[in-house]
Write a protein that binds this ligand. Structure first.
Ligand code: ZN
Length: 259
């Protein structure tokens, strides 16, 4: 059959529309990998199996996107993962894989999927910024449902609108948007992550993540903060951040105005 190839996994002859777009240059033209096999081998409850499939197809494994697909799709599969990967220019082959959740993209290709998620008529940089901000939120607090992802999307857009208001110096807009953004962030539980007081109901991993976010300096003589950096970090980052989320105490706010 013209255009059909043999799947190296099941050995069956498949039409081109049943085949995966793979980048494995070692495969002869007559051979490929069929979608059915890719989808049945890549089990999204088993990260290792997805990595193996990505390796065979010479497609990057990107932990953030894997997690994203796993949480968002009712029936996550390798095809959905590939679609999700498509906008990212810097992820081409398996050697571009990112096995941790800190990978971020600077530019993206604008796909219909991105337009559906964020709306149309944004620039490439804006889409990349949105996607990174979203991945950042997911890294702090994983979203468990498609609805939660939508709420994260709305939160990112609120933050963007607030940034725009700051740029144009619109005081009414700033006040309203800051309030909306702060409330929305609180509703999503990001204030708890920032204040770090409430560890109940969190997994060990989440607590470690939380600990890393809040307490990077071990309390040990050897690492005593001789330069007084902690004070500056508190004054210029932690407390203003807490204030944005409405969780700073009066004493903390007052300390901002002390010399
Ligand atoms: Zn097959």
């Amino acid at each position: 059959m013209a255009g059909s190839k043999i799947c190296v996994i099941c050995g069956e002859s498949k039409r081109s529309n049943q085949l995966l777009t793979h980048k494995n240059l070692l495969l002869n033209d007559r051979f490929s990998i069929c979608r059915d096999c890719a989808n049945s081998i890549a089990d999204f409850t088993d990260e290792e199996s997805v990595i193996e499939m990505a390796q065979l197809a010479n497609i990057p494994f990107v932990k953030n996107l894997y997690t994203d697909v796993k949480r968002q799709s009712k029936k996550p599969n390798f095809g959905i993962y590939q679609k999700r990967l498509a906008p990212y220019k810097k992820f081409e082959t398996f050697s571009d894989s990112v096995f941790t959740t800190d990978g971020a993209a600077e530019t993206v290709d604008v796909t219909p999927e991105l337009e559906r998620r964020w709306g149309k008529d944004y620039s490439e940089e804006e889409y990349a910024y949105f996607e990174n901000a979203l991945q950042g939120l997911i890294a702090i607090k994983p979203a468990t449902t498609a609805f939660e992802i939508q709420r994260y999307v709305a939160n990112v857009k609120l933050k963007n609108a607030l940034d725009e208001a700051f740029k144009t110096g619109d005081p009414k807009g700033i006040t309203a948007l800051r309030k909306a953004y702060s409330e929305d962030s609180k509703d999503l539980g990001f204030d708890a992550v920032l204040s770090g007081n409430d560890d109940s109901g969190k997994s060990l991993g989440q607590r470690i993540q939380n600990w890393e976010l809040n307490e990077p300096v071990p309390d040990n003589d050897k690492y005593e903060d001789t330069a007084g950096l902690k004070k500056y970090i508190n004054k210029w980052f932690v407390i203003p951040m807490k204030r944005t989320f409405g969780v700073a105490s009066e004493k903390e706010v007052d300390s901002l105005y002390e010399d």
